[in-house]
Design a protein around this ligand. Structure first.
Ligand code: PMP
Length: 368
């Protein structure tokens, strides 16, 4: 099966073998070595010298951990949203009593750093900014470096949802001054769902001490103290961690820059390919994501019919749209363990499936 959704992503066979290993004592030496090795290695991909914590939970759990560990009820936050996941970050902050100031953009658009600068300039009470780096629901990558620069000018806290970006496209946690960055195991990391990764800056740890939102499972001070002893406060998803170590070895062999270049190349290949079929991208192409592409459904064709046909007859699994975009777009994931051949297959399947649903391919395509 060619699983081309933006996570869970396919896992290489050696990762799956590792996931099937027998359990070990999570309070023993073997585990201590494992968690310390893996957290150390994650630092390279987050490009940070700061702390990385591994939590058992999905990406959303990581986002909730970021919020409850840095904020207090009643505090004002600027929630920058360019899609579903931006809105989710805002909803989490609201659920815990933050006063959320939304900064929303149309689907397909990226956020503008100047808007953040203006909002922070106008309201000195905003203590933190919530940002999605790569918006998986629209296939847009925000200009995070420039956005972070605006936040740093005002010295506010910056929480970044990097769930579908870290490890696949460049995220320079320390150099850009990102306070908390969150990712999830089932994305570019090529391992099954079940773990969230968080980086924390010194500023984030200071906020952690002041923050008064309720927390227990996600109390990051407990996680940091446990990690110092080679443990986690609660029983971790051991199998996923076994897989992660193998995946990180693979990633280290390929090299950070080569991984970024591969994703950039595949992203371009997908965009060129869908446009050659006469289809339109949802994203403003200047900010198109190199991990996921959202494509507008051609008029008169049902998204569900397309994804069903692709899955049943071509063995290619694509994602539909989420929220307001349900039925209006389909999405192609191209992050993690993915090659040009996987993308070629996907594009060929689209080219064959669409006409069967009544779509007229561009004339130069029909001639083939
Ligand atoms: N943020 C982004 C950008 C995502 O792509 C996802 C997962 N699709 C999440 C957050 C939520 O992660 P999870 O589904 O692992 O909770």
């Amino acid at each position: 099966m060619n699983l081309r959704i933006p996570g869970p992503t396919p896992c290489p066979p050696d990762v799956l073998e590792a996931v099937a290993r027998p359990m070990i004592n999570h309070r023993g030496r073997l585990f201590a070595d494992l968690i310390q090795r893996v957290s150390g290695r994650l630092r390279e991909f987050f490009q940070t010298k700061g702390d990385i914590l591994i939590l058992t939970g999905s990406g959303t759990g990581g986002m909730e951990a970021a919020v409850v560990n840095t904020l207090s009820p009643g505090e004002k936050v600027l929630a920058v949203s360019i899609g579903e996941f931006g809105r989710r970050f805002a909803a989490i902050a609201r659920a815990y009593g933050a006063q959320v100031m939304p900064l929303d953009y149309e689907p397909g658009q990226a956020a503008q750093p100047e808007d953040i600068r203006r909002a922070l300039g106008e309201d000195p009470d905003i203590v933190a900014v919530l940002v999605t780096h790569n918006e998986t629901s629209t296939g847009v990558t925000n200009p995070l470096r420039e956005m972070a620069q605006a936040v740093r000018e005002f010295d506010r806290l910056l929480l970044v949802d990097g769930v579908s970006s870290v490890g696949s496209i460049p995220v320079e946690t320390d150099a850009w001054g990102l306070d908390v960055v969150i990712s999830g195991s089932q994305k570019g990391w090529m391992v099954p769902p079940g773990l969230a990764f968080l980086s924390l800056s010194e500023r984030a740890w200071q906020a952690q001490q002041r923050a008064r939102m309720p927390r227990f499972y996600w109390d990051l001070a407990k996680h940091r103290d446990s990690l110092a002893k080679g443990q986690t406060p609660w029983t971790p998803a051991l199998s996923v961690l076994f897989g992660l170590e193998v995946a990180l070895e693979r990633m280290a062999r390929e090299g950070l820059e080569a991984i970024f270049a591969r994703h950039a190349g595949l992203g371009q290949m997908v965009r060129d390919g869908v446009k050659a079929l006469g289809l339109e991208l949802l994203a403003d192409e200047r900010f198109a994501s190199n991990t996921v592409t959202a494509v507008k459904m051609p008029p008169g064709i049902e998204a569900k019919a397309l994804t069903r046909l692709l899955e049943e007859e071509f063995d290619v699994v694509l994602a539909g749209g989420q929220g307001n975009l349900a039925g209006k777009i389909f999405r192609i994931g191209h992050l993690g363990w993915v090659t040009e051949e996987d993308i070629r297959q996907t594009l060929t399947a689209l080219e064959r499936a669409l006409p069967r649903l009544g779509y007229a391919l561009p004339v130069y395509r029909q001639a083939r």
